[in-house]
Design a protein around this ligand. Structure first.
Ligand SMILES: CC(=O)N[C@H]1[C@@H](OP(=O)(O)O)O[C@H](CO)[C@@H](O)[C@@H]1O
Ligand SMILES: [Mg+2]
Length: 517
């Protein structure tokens, strides 16, 4: 480590006095103007992480669905997963070290994490369309450069695209080519193969209106369009040319407010969906003939995918273990439908994609979604090998065809992380193959009326939870009071937990009617 260079460069990215930040559920996230030093230091950390695991590490500059003035950064581990929890603490230490402590902090991290500083380092960088992102990603590059790391700047990409290329790079191309072209080719090939088998339904069924949240999704979908079959008729709205990122639009806005985004003119029964600002979340929706808005959220997406995969797994006749992973925010009706009607085991884990991803890895086929629309499907290596073998060798026609569909699903789904583009193509393929309308999909079960609110308190950490955040253990007496209220209503459920991304406490309740919720 060249201490003079480190001093010189870190002085170019000074830490504002008194500012402490934490690597939270989704990395660092705050006002963009407070993040320059964090970016530089995450460049440093990415180099250390790369040396520690002797692989390429990803670093994404984005604040997802948060306001345009915000920004953030998260690190991506070798197989495209979120940064390992044991390193979140190092990230926090490095971000908060005073300038004169920086070198010492690096040395300490290297000792604690057994980083061999002689190893080479390689980092892939990506960023979203925020006005602040380009300059901030330059600060990341300064950090990488100072510690002698190699880097490749992918520039403007969706978060899931960066996860994808990192995984491709570290699997020597087994997961695909580590380029955007490779991503477009892999997904569109699988999608084209899938919809070949669908009987052509009416033209109106093919139209899909997409609210791109004025973010990166618009750019990348336009880039992808030439790769997609002609039958796909997508219309992009909120493409970022006129309005502000995430302002009154995008997946988070639609989910939280349960209403259509601004800037998308919706006719009765038209199929519409919204991405979030970095295109890792998606929700669908429509307006019925009476003008009523219907949201089809992550729970319904998980259900549709589970119905489809379960049918195929039954057809191929292999004993592959499938499960769905949800959080406490999953609508009770979805859990009941999955367990009682579809007979698929459901597991509830703590909020945050890393928890869902981790749990889903335990199964041959692990479907996970947060209610807000972030999710994907993981296939175990063994399941994938079996399916690919059957797709090639199986003599029984029906079994072989089912295996082929599964094989294409494996290729279409971005298994590294939830991906709005990939999820959208998965959903469009399933609707086409099953000949389902959005309304039929919506009718699979009826959501229990619910309410999700947030409230600011003096110190949200006084609330501690257990049972996948569904029960409060502190402060004393709180849970008993919730229980007493919940007992009064039918099909009711309620919980409180401190947010991991905002200084608020979230309150969720559902019951048989909206008023009771
Ligand atoms: C209720 C809710 O939507 N919570 C979100 C939110 O987490 P909180 O810990 O609730 O602030 O942000 C996370 C990161 O984007 C996301 O994974 C999660 O689903
Ligand atoms: Mg996002």
């Amino acid at each position: 480590m060249d201490s003079e260079a480190l001093k010189k460069y870190s002085a170019l990215h000074p830490k504002p006095a008194g500012l402490t930040l934490q690597y939270g559920t989704a990395g660092f996230r705050t006002k963009a103007e407070q993040l320059d030093h964090v970016m530089f230091r995450m460049g440093l950390l990415a180099v250390l992480r790369s040396k520690a695991v002797v692989s390429t590490i990803g670093i994404m500059v984005t604040a997802s669905h948060n306001p345009e003035e915000d920004n953030g950064v998260k690190l991506i581990d070798p197989l495209g997963e979120m940064l390992h929890p044991s390193w979140e603490e190092y990230a926090t230490q490095l971000a908060n070290a005073e300038e004169h402590e920086l070198q010492q902090t690096i040395t300490e991290i290297c000792q604690k994490a057994a980083v061999n500083q002689q190893k080479d380092a390689s980092v892939f960088i990506g960023r979203d369309t925020r006005p602040s992102s380009e300059k901030l990603s330059q600060s990341v590059i300064d950090g990488i450069f100072v510690l002698g790391g190699q880097y490749h700047d992918y520039g403007l990409v969706t978060t899931p695209q960066l996860h994808y290329v990192v995984c491709c790079q570290n699997t020597q191309g087994q997961y695909g080519k580590a380029t955007l072209e490779g991503y477009y080719e892999k997904l569109s090939k699988a999608f084209t193969e899938l919809i070949k088998q669908s009987s052509s339904s009416g033209k109106s069924q093919k139209h899909l209106k997409i609210d791109c949240a004025n973010g990166i999704g618009a750019l990348k979908l336009s880039e992808m369009e030439p790769y997609l079959p002609k039958e796909v008729l997508i219309q992009l709205y909120n493409d970022g040319t006129k309005e502000k990122l995430n302002h009154l639009c995008g997946a988070d806005f639609v989910k939280v407010h349960q209403k259509p985004p601004r800037g998308l003119d919706m006719k009765p029964n038209e199929r519409c969906c919204s991405f979030d600002g970095d295109a890792d979340r998606i929700v669908y929706y429509y307006q019925d003939a009476t003008g009523l808005f219907h949201l089809i959220d992550g729970d319904k997406i998980a259900t549709l995918i589970s119905i489809f995969l379960k049918e195929l797994l039954v057809k191929v006749g292999q004993s592959l273990k499938m499960a769905v992973v949800q959080t406490a925010y999953a609508n009770g009706s979805s859990t009941r439908y999955l367990e009682e009607t579809l007979k698929v085991p459901v597991h509830c884990v703590k909020t945050g994609v890393k928890h869902l991803h981790h749990k889903a890895q335990e199964f041959d086929v692990g479907v996970y979604f947060e209610a807000n629309g972030h999710g994907t499907v993981l296939f175990s290596k063994a399941a994938e090998t079996k399916i690919r073998h059957l797709a090639k060798e199986e003599k029984d026609n029906e079994k072989r065809e089912a295996a082929k569909v599964l094989e294409n699903m494996i290729d279409l789904i971005n298994q590294t992380v939830g991906d709005a583009v990939s999820d959208m193509l998965v959903i469009e393929a399933i609707l086409a193959l099953k000949g389902l309308t959005l309304q039929q999909w919506d009718a699979v079960y009826t959501d229990l009326p619910n309410r999700l609110l947030k409230i600011q308190v003096a110190d949200r950490r006084v609330i501690d939870t257990t049972d996948a955040e569904r029960r409060a253990v502190t402060p004393p007496g709180l849970q008993e009071k919730i229980d007493a209220l919940v007992k009064k209503y039918k099909l009711s459920r309620a919980f409180v937990r401190p947010s991991g991304t905002e200084d608020v406490v979230r309150i969720y309740a559902e019951a048989d009617t909206q008023v009771r919720a």
